[in-house]
Design a protein around this ligand. Structure first.
Ligand SMILES: [Zn+2]
Length: 228
């Protein structure tokens, strides 16, 4: 904001911000995903371009990191990553989300070109607080699928519908998809994008994620060996 625009009192500014936000929400009410803005994001691996999106139907904010020219029609090395606060930010060893996120960003940096979609659907879609409840049940012996079901949720509530407008905005038409999850491969098959390659992301096991990874393989059909 320039100094000329910023001549009002602090109180004026405080009133204006919610009005602008409301107007933006109203304008985006009919759009499945609204592009908001982009910036540079220097990281340990590369300086990515970070793109922000707003999903009016859920009120959620989603992100995409890109490296290089992803809109030139060539297949793009890509990862669809659902938020996991405990794994991504806190170093939790209960799951493999943090190492998968890091490995995907490393691979994109090495390739010099790629895309990571960061979707805000924590705990396979049940939310952070319910994920903590599910972890408590797992502390008592339930596996990841049983815990979700005992809380009244399906094993996996994640949706990937927001990927279509995100890919369209970025001009991406073909993916080399880094995933072990056949549901993501199926979901991409239903939208207007071609999967030219599946790139597995193999993460080392530890004593804490051993049962989680085996359950993903045996109950959720992930393409990883139960005893790898
Ligand atoms: Zn996780």
């Amino acid at each position: 904001m320039s100094s000329i625009e910023n001549h009002g009192s602090a109180q004026d500014g405080a009133l204006a911000a919610p009005q602008i936000a409301q107007a933006a929400l109203a304008a985006s009410a009919n759009s499945p995903l609204e592009y908001v803005d982009s910036c540079k994001l220097p990281t340990n691996w590369a300086t990515f371009q970070l793109h922000a999106f707003f999903e009016p139907s859920t009120g959620k904010e989603h992100l995409a990191l890109t490296l290089g020219d992803v809109g030139n029609g060539e297949p793009v090395l890509a990862r669809i990553h659902s938020e996991c606060l405990t794994g991504d930010a806190l170093g939790s060893q209960r799951c493999d989300c943090g190492p998968q996120l890091e490995l995907a960003l490393q691979k994109i940096a090495k390739e010099g070109r790629g895309l990571l979609m960061y979707l805000r659907q924590e705990g396979r879609g049940i939310g952070l607080l319910n994920k903590i409840r599910a972890y408590h049940l797992q502390d008592g012996g339930a596996d990841t699928v049983e815990a979700n079901q005992r809380l009244g949720f399906a094993a996996d509530l994640r949706s990937y519908t927001m990927c279509e407008p995100m890919l369209k905005h970025l001009g991406v038409t073909a993916l080399k998809l880094m995933t072990n999850n056949p549901r993501k491969i199926d979901a991409m098959g239903k939208i207007n994008v071609t999967i030219t390659e599946h790139v597995p992301l193999i993460i080392k096991r530890n004593p804490y994620n051993e049962r989680y990874l085996s359950t993903k393989a045996t109950k959720l059909g992930h393409l990883i060996q139960p005893e790898l």
